[in-house]
Design a protein around this ligand. Structure first.
Ligand code: DAH
Length: 339
């Protein structure tokens, strides 16, 4: 057993050979751990004669202390070496040129949509988004446009089946909202719509923004007041609106809304074709039949609705003369829409 006290040299050799803190820890456990060699010496002490034990115990303790010191010193050295290595591997050359990030811009349709939502949300409107595939009922019939109604010809429709179609107007959302929610209602419904139509100002897919307000005592004056506010915020502080009689099956009376031309201030120019006014949206008082179709009592409630083409607003606002530019994905065009 006395020879075993010579563990100091063996342990020191092994510890000094350890290359990292993990292997050093393993050597430490081999000697000082719970099942380590030094610990085993202490445990074996009971086999010695009673009188030999104190001296032996003292020697083992001295050995343990010496080893602990040794390990602590080596551990410190290894840790410092490892830290240096880590710092070196994480070294950053701050003189390297950085990578350039090209900043994108929001699409003009997205910009106008966001501006419209902001503007109307400020007047208390909530956003409701309906489905792009609609049933004939929501897109037409419930909006007072039954099959064979001549107004169906106003919009060239993509039918998917006899019953389902790609919605031609966000007005379908009005029905979905009124079926679910009791007045007061104040919603805004943006989204894509589809029509078989294609020229410089029409595209088979475009975006609309629908608005619907239903409550007690709503009048056409409320509609015009709100539209004036819209025109001022969207176009110019001096913009005015005017209502012209029109026809939509789901409103009675129906109006077409013009905004004074922001380009010439109303004097007349090529943009407004010399009239001083530009048509921007359709609107009207919600037809009693539409309210009835949704279970809203038309003797108690009234409402107004409006629908505008987002591309059209974007084209007027930014002076874009061909709707195709909005879907061609030409970066040179899109880059121009920065704040
Ligand atoms: N849905 C109509 C269209 O696509 C626009 C419209 C007109 C919406 C009058 C309305 C409205 O809500 O009241 O041409």
């Amino acid at each position: 057993m006395e020879e075993d006290l010579d563990l100091l040299q063996e342990a020191t050799q092994e510890a000094e050979a350890a290359e990292d803190s993990h292997s050093l820890y393993e050597v430490k456990m081999k000697f000082l751990g719970r099942t380590g060699k030094v610990t085993a010496l202490l445990k074996g002490m009971k086999e010695l004669a009673q009188e030999a034990r104190p001296a032996f115990g003292k020697k083992v303790n001295a050995l343990r202390e010496a080893l602990e010191e040794k390990f602590a010193a080596l551990e410190e050295k290894i840790k410092a070496k490892e830290l240096q290595k880590k710092l070196k591997s994480e070294d950053v050359d701050v003189t390297m040129p950085g990578r350039k990030h090209r900043e994108g811009t929001l699409h003009p349709v997205t910009r106008v949509k966001d501006q419209l939502i902001d503007l109307f949300a400020g007047m208390g409107f909530e956003v409701f988004e309906g489905p792009e595939i609609e049933s004939d009922y929501y897109n037409f019939t419930a909006l007072n446009t039954p099959a064979d109604h001549p107004a169906r010809d106003m919009q060239d429709t993509f039918y998917l089946t006899e019953k389902f179609l790609l919605r031609t107007q966000t007005s379908a959302g009005q029905i979905r909202v009124m079926e679910k929610k009791k007045p007061p209602i104040k919603i805004l419904s943006p989204g894509r719509v589809f029509r078989s139509d294609d020229d410089a100002t029409h595209s088979p897919m475009f975006h609309q923004m629908e608005g619907l307000v239903v409550d007690r005592h709503i009048t056409l004056c409320d509609l015009q007041g709100m539209l004036d506010e819209f025109a001022k915020k969207m176009f110019s502080e001096t913009s005015k609106t005017r209502l012209r009689p029109s026809y939509f099956p789901f409103t009675e009376p129906s109006v077409e809304v013009d905004v004074s031309c922001a380009s010439c201030g109303g004097k007349g120019c090529p943009l407004c074709k010399g009239t001083g006014w530009i048509e921007v949206l359709g609107a009207g008082m919600v037809n009693r039949k539409v309210l009835e179709n949704c279970g809203v009592d038309p003797d108690e409630y009234s409402g107004f609705a409006f629908g505008m083409g987002i591309e059209r607003i974007a084209m007027l606002k930014y002076g874009i003369n061909n709707i195709k530019l909005l879907t061609e994905n030409d970066v040179r065009f899109l880059e121009q829409f920065k704040d």
